[in-house]
Design a protein around this ligand. Structure first.
Ligand code: GUN
Length: 286
């Protein structure tokens, strides 16, 4: 039976470390500050933004919150971002996605100053990650690396298969595993023999967006399985992209849903914001 990788406990430990470092920074009169922009009233986004504000409070950060109406124009939103880019108190800027359909998300992401891009979505952040320079890393894949390291999973030299090639998860995830010296294969909807490829993995990272698609027949005996998916089934129960009950019988370690990758995203956002603050204050040796 697989051992559980407890994302709730690991994310709590990270937030506690950040809180301690933030308390020390306050002796130098420095306090990290995150600006969060929510445009419209998507119910899931509203909950995410509230949780981000709560995490800021817990860690001892300031937060600035802009709640803009659904009909906000792209130009108005870009102007707000420009103001936050110039605001010296603000160390990180996050625009909650998805945006209303009349706003071009790419233009909005491109408008955020790379030194405040705590989501790690800007082309400069992605480019820095690819060539191994310091910069912000997308929070969910960064959280997966922390889950693996803090669960003592050896990455170097291992066969890693990532299913999914999104800009936010699959692509940066693959680059991060490569940076940790794994041998990385990226699979996607056009991959032939997905099952055979997955069965080679020592570490299988699943981000396909299909509820419970990956069962034990995709998993090598003793593999570590990370489930990035989250879905609400009828009857409100949450599940991931992995069929947990089937896979826990063959994997050596596995993340549950909920309580696996999910809680890590906000913890890594806090980490990015602290890092931005330290970098902007010349306190990082890079
Ligand atoms: N919407 C869902 N996840 C995210 C995230 O990590 N960052 C932003 N900005 N929006 C999201």
């Amino acid at each position: 039976m697989a051992e559980l990788i407890d994302g709730k406990a690991i994310s709590q430990a990270i937030k506690d470390e950040i809180r301690e470092e933030t308390a020390k920074l306050s002796e130098k009169n420095i306090k990290p500050c995150l600006a969060v922009i929510l445009c419209g009233n998507d119910p899931a986004s509203t909950v995410y933004v509230a949780n981000k504000k709560k995490a800021c409070e817990y860690c001892g950060f300031d937060s600035v919150s802009l709640e803009l109406p659904e009909e906000t124009s792209e130009e108005e939103l870009l102007n707000k971002i420009s103001e936050l880019n110039k605001d010296e108190r603000v160390n990180g800027i996050l625009v909650q996605l998805p945006l209303p359909s009349h706003i071009n998300e790419d233009a909005v992401i491109a408008a955020i100053a790379p030194e405040k891009d705590v989501d790690g979505f800007h082309a400069v952040s992605v480019g820095n990650l690819l060539i191994g320079r310091p910069g912000f890393v997308s929070c969910t894949p960064a959280g997966v690396i922390q889950l693996l390291k803090r669960s003592n999973v050896e990455i170097s030299g291992k066969e890693c298969v990532v299913i999914g090639r999104s800009n936010i998860v699959g692509k940066p995830m693959s680059v991060l595993m490569l940076r940790e010296n794994a041998t990385v294969t990226i699979c996607h909807s056009r991959t032939k023999d997905l099952k055979e490829v997955c069965k080679r993995a020592d570490i299988l990272i699943v981000a396909i967006g299909k509820p419970r698609m990956i069962d034990a027949s995709y998993v090598k005996d003793g593999a570590v399985v990370i489930d990035v998916g989250i879905h609400r089934l009828e009857g409100k129960k949450l599940c991931g992209d992995v069929d947990f009950e089937s896979v826990e019988k063959v994997a050596s370690k596995i993340t549950p849903v909920p309580g696996g990758v999910g809680p890590m995203t906000i913890a890594m956002l806090m980490k990015n914001c602290l890092e931005g603050c330290l970098r902007q204050n010349g306190l990082l040796n890079e």
